[in-house]
Design a protein around this ligand. Structure first.
Ligand code: HEC
Length: 197
């Protein structure tokens, strides 16, 4: 599976305004990702969803400016080894903003507060002399919590941009493309990432 969103592209946030607060979290994450069977399915649908683009894409979401300076909540390296889910390969770096930080570290089943944003910065990689080196951006999937605006998808707005290009959103049916899988994580307010102490 080599869908169209997986391309080299420009830097994040170009020309975009944040949809919510971009407060930075001055904490460095040292924890590693908890991986489970669902992890292998990450962003499969985001990948296959590449299609007709529209100015009126779902939710009017935008790539948050400066998300790389948020808290690195989770990471996952999906290698190029074959996998049964047709996983989108890449180095997934997942960030959470300050609004959601407390809930993220506390865990439990409480919903994230409105204004929480998660960003998955998906980057290509190459193995050079035994070292996995990070490469160009492949996609930026985002989740924004707004319980009033997105009641039908667990209170989360979903969007993803091919190559991290603000002009290339790929989600026009968030229920089908995104929520269908995230709904399995209802007990964690529809998110996969968990805090590793
Ligand atoms: C087939 C299952 C599946 C689908 C479909 C899916 N995701 Fe995810 N998503 C995951 C998994 C698994 C993770 C955790 C990845 C990891 O642990 O690194 C994740 C993580 C995320 C995160 C980080 C927050 C979290 O839950 O940990 C965001 C943001 C995200 N996805 C957005 C999207 C968007 C936007 C779409 C639709 C375009 C989408 N996802 C579709 C499985 C899926």
């Amino acid at each position: 599976m080599r869908p169209s969103p997986h391309r080299a592209n420009d830097r994040p946030g170009d020309g975009s305004e944040p949809t919510v607060s971009n407060e930075e979290v001055p904490v460095r994450n040292l924890s590693r990702q908890r991986s489970d069977s669902f992890a292998l399915r990450a962003l499969v649908v985001a990948a296959v969803a590449a299609g007709t683009l529209s100015a009126s894409m779902e939710g009017g979401l935008k790539i948050p400016v400066g998300f790389q300076h948020w808290y690195l909540a989770n990471s996952m390296l999906a290698t190029k080894e074959p996998n049964q889910f047709g996983l989108v390969t890449g180095n997934h770096l997942i960030y959470v903003n300050r609004v959601g930080f407390a809930r993220f570290t506390q865990g439990g089943t409480a919903p994230y507060p409105d204004g929480t944003v998660f960003v998955d910065d998906v980057r290509d990689f190459s193995l050079v002399d035994g070292v996995y080196q990070q490469g160009v951006r492949k996609a930026i999937p985002v989740m924004v919590k707004d319980s009033k605006k997105y009641p039908s998808t667990g209170g989360w707005g979903f969007q993803a941009w091919a190559g991290g290009d603000p002009a290339k959103p790929i989600v026009n049916d968030p229920t089908k493309q995104c929520f269908s899988c995230h709904t399995s994580r209802k007990a964690n307010d529809y998110t996969f990432s968990t805090y590793l102490h």
